[in-house]
Design a protein around this ligand. Structure first.
Ligand SMILES: Cc1cc2nc3c(=O)[nH]c(=O)nc-3n(C[C@H](O)[C@H](O)[C@H](O)COP(=O)(O)O)c2cc1C
Length: 193
């Protein structure tokens, strides 16, 4: 089984990120090739003050917070990043979680589920592709994007447009291919950054 960490990137009060994250979690759970681990950055907040370069944080509380997230990222074979668009980009909470880590991302694939008021979060995703390139990760071509996210989910948490379900399957199929291929490659020859 491939271990897929689903990262819910928004932490805003009253956010829709939880609804979007639960929907893609159900997609992952339905598959017979993936196990999901939901990393909700609202439930497991990370410190916002980074340590000195190459040093662990000096604040013991920071270590406690990181211990709830970092080992799960390290254990993942692949990631699904659930991100809204904020001011043509992705939320600071997500960037903070990315920047706290480095090798955890290396040689692993990342798929995106994005959403926004009018852009389906595509501008957030394009910027994330650049960021994850710096971290030696592989981003998946096809993703899922919700335009007008306020109307994209019914009260039951399911999508109002079933084409999103097909898009999720396509993205997860591609993610699985890369996750399997890269897991085998990392096992055969450790990735040298
Ligand atoms: C600070 C802020 C900035 C936003 N900027 C954009 C934007 O640039 N493009 C867009 O399509 N939607 C934008 N929106 C709408 C959000 O994408 C939408 O409200 C979404 O639900 C936010 O995710 P969340 O509910 O998980 O916090 C913005 C929302 C907020 C709170």
């Amino acid at each position: 089984m491939l271990k897929v960490a689903i990262i819910i990137g928004s932490t805003r009060e009253g956010r829709l990120g939880g609804v979007v994250g639960s929907w893609i979690e159900r997609h992952v759970a339905q598959r017979d090739d993936m196990d999901a681990d939901v990393i909700d950055l609202a439930a497991t907040p990370l410190p916002t003050v980074l340590p000195q370069f190459g040093q662990p944080p000096s604040d013991p509380d920071a270590l406690t917070q990181l211990a709830k997230v970092s080992p799960r990222l390290a254990a993942a074979d692949a990631f699904v990043v659930v991100t809204p668009e904020y001011n043509r980009s992705f939320p600071a909470s997500l960037k903070n979680a990315i920047d706290w880590h480095n090798q955890e991302w290396h040689a692993k694939p990342i798929g995106f589920v994005s959403y926004g008021g009018f852009s389906a979060g595509t501008r957030a995703v394009e910027q994330l592709r650049q960021v994850f390139g710096e971290l030696h990760a592989v981003t998946i071509r096809d993703g899922v994007g919700f335009n007008g996210v306020w109307g994209a989910f019914g009260p039951d948490g399911e999508v109002t447009d079933p084409s999103a379900d097909a898009a999720a399957k396509k993205m997860l199929d591609q993610l699985a291919w890369w996750a399997q291929a890269l897991r085998e490659a990392r096992a055969a020859r450790p990735y040298a950054a």
